[in-house]
Design a protein around this ligand. Structure first.
Ligand SMILES: Cc1cc2nc3c(=O)[nH]c(=O)nc-3n(C[C@H](O)[C@H](O)[C@H](O)COP(=O)(O)OP(=O)(O)OC[C@H]3O[C@@H](n4cnc5c(N)ncnc54)[C@H](O)[C@@H]3O)c2cc1C
Length: 404
């Protein structure tokens, strides 16, 4: 909750004066750094408070659509380690191949974050590492972020007219400003040697509904290595299932990566007033994640762009409206897929004939409505299959009861 008065000892001696154009961003990762650079370029005074003591976030292999290049420009270049031209879908002995018109990008998250940080600093952002945000309060006309300095546990206070929470799925900023906690799911992936004969420009996806309502994937990061992962509903169980899946394919894990990802079940309004200040959320903190595939990188950037637009223009943002529509399409898709049984997946793969597959290669996962309309127009039986999924009485993500 936001507190009107702090009981903490204040240590605000070295702080600059607060103007409505001073912004503190909590979380120096993808969404927070992107938002901070955009705002600094628009003339705002921006500081980033990041809990890590060095900009060495955990390594993570990610797949994103080429939309990331449009959003980030040069900042994206150094983090791209591979390009993907094909998806192979497998279920119950069946398969379908989708060829992409424009390649997807495989990126190394650590490099991406370091490159975003360099861009933010260049734009004038002050990045303060080893600063863990603890509490928020309104004081006079501004907001005060109470921060712990990780090196020695000392308390600091950061005053700003606006605070942006880019602090991930378990956002402390969101809790302090009064947003409810998010539903999350575990994602675990293993870095493995690429199986013999597997092309480095092809991603494999397996639908195994008895293991997970989501899917397994194998994403090549080079001709030698790839990330084989799964999303599920219970962390320890998913790790065991992943290990069984690896064993069956005789793949020895080199390392494991994992974390909890927020599940988008409804649009989260990104702004709240606290006293006379504003608090915004970006990225995973606002569940800006495509829930069909649980990809949050590009949508987090779009959320950051939308929030920056909204702050700079002092009003609604077109990017946020478009992102809302996009996330809703993925939610619809997830609600249907989440209830699929093996026979539904088999039918899905069988129904993906050439004309129906075209839109999947032509449009990216960041244009879900276009894909949905065009695939359904070319293969109307997929509409029936999708509706069947929506009507089946299995729980959708974020719902605890059956048949919500
Ligand atoms: C193993 C794995 C694989 C994934 N694969 C993909 C993929 O292929 N494609 C895709 O699009 N997405 C993928 N994702 C999801 C994607 O990584 C996230 O959606 C994205 O990183 C979210 O970025 P963010 O900036 O919103 O938050 P985060 O990256 O979670 O960053 C939050 C930042 O806030 C900091 N922080 C947290 N609390 C505080 C605090 N109190 N004070 C100060 N700082 C704080 C953290 O240190 C961190 O730097 C994957 C996730 C995982 C775990």
């Amino acid at each position: 909750m936001a507190h009107e008065r702090s009981t903490h000892p204040a240590d605000s001696g070295s702080l600059p004066s607060v103007t409505p154009r001073s912004i503190a961003v909590v979380g120096g990762s993808a969404a927070g750094l992107f938002a901070s650079a955009l705002l600094a370029r628009r003339g705002f005074s921006v500081r980033v408070l990041e809990g890590l003591e060095a900009l060495e976030p955990s390594a993570r292999t990610l797949i994103v659509t080429h939309r990331m290049r449009d959003l980030l420009g040069a900042a994206a270049a150094g983090s791209v380690v591979n390009e993907i031209r094909r998806f192979e879908l497998f279920t119950d002995g069946r398969s379908a191949t989708i060829t992409l018109d424009e390649p997807d990008l495989i990126i190394e998250r650590r490099k991406l974050i370091q490159s975003l940080a360099a861009g933010a600093r260049h734009a004038g952002v002050r990045i303060e590492l080893g600063r863990r945000f603890r509490r928020l309060r309104a004081e006079g006309g501004s907001l005060v972020a109470e921060v712990e300095r990780c090196a020695d546990g000392a308390a600091e206070e950061v005053r700003a007219g606006t605070i942006i929470g880019g602090d991930g799925a378990a956002s402390r900023v969101a809790r302090e400003a009064g947003w409810p906690a998010l539903e999350t799911v575990p994602l675990v992936q293993a870095i493995v040697p690429l199986p013999k004969g597997m092309a480095a420009d092809t991603v494999r996806v397996w639908f195994v509904p008895q293991d997970t309502p989501y899917f397994y994937w194998l994403i090549p990061e080079s001709p030698e290595r790839g990330a084989l992962g799964v999303i599920g509903e219970s962390g320890p169980e998913m790790r065991q299932r992943l290990e069984r899946f690896l064993e069956k394919r005789q793949l020895d894990p080199i390392e494991f990566q994992g974390a909890r990802i927020p599940v988008y079940t409804r649009w989260i309004p990104v702004r709240r007033r606290v006293g006379q200040g504003s608090v915004y959320l970006v990225g995973d903190a606002a569940a800006q994640v495509k829930v069909s595939t649980v990809g949050g990188t590009v949508t987090g950037f779009r959320g950051a762009l939308g929030v920056a637009e909204s702050i700079a223009n002092g009003g609604p943002s077109r990017e946020l409206r478009a992102l809302h529509r996009e996330l809703a399409a993925h939610w619809l898709l997830r609600r249907s897929l989440h209830r699929f049984e093996q026979s539904d997946y088999s039918q899905l793969v069988d129904l993906l004939h050439e004309p129906a597959k075209r839109p999947l290669g032509e449009y990216t996962r960041d244009e879900a409505w276009k894909i949905l309309w065009r695939v359904c127009a070319r293969q109307p039986r997929l509409v029936l299959l999708g509706l069947r999924g929506l009507l089946l009485r299995r729980a959708a993500p974020g719902r605890t009861s059956e048949g919500d």
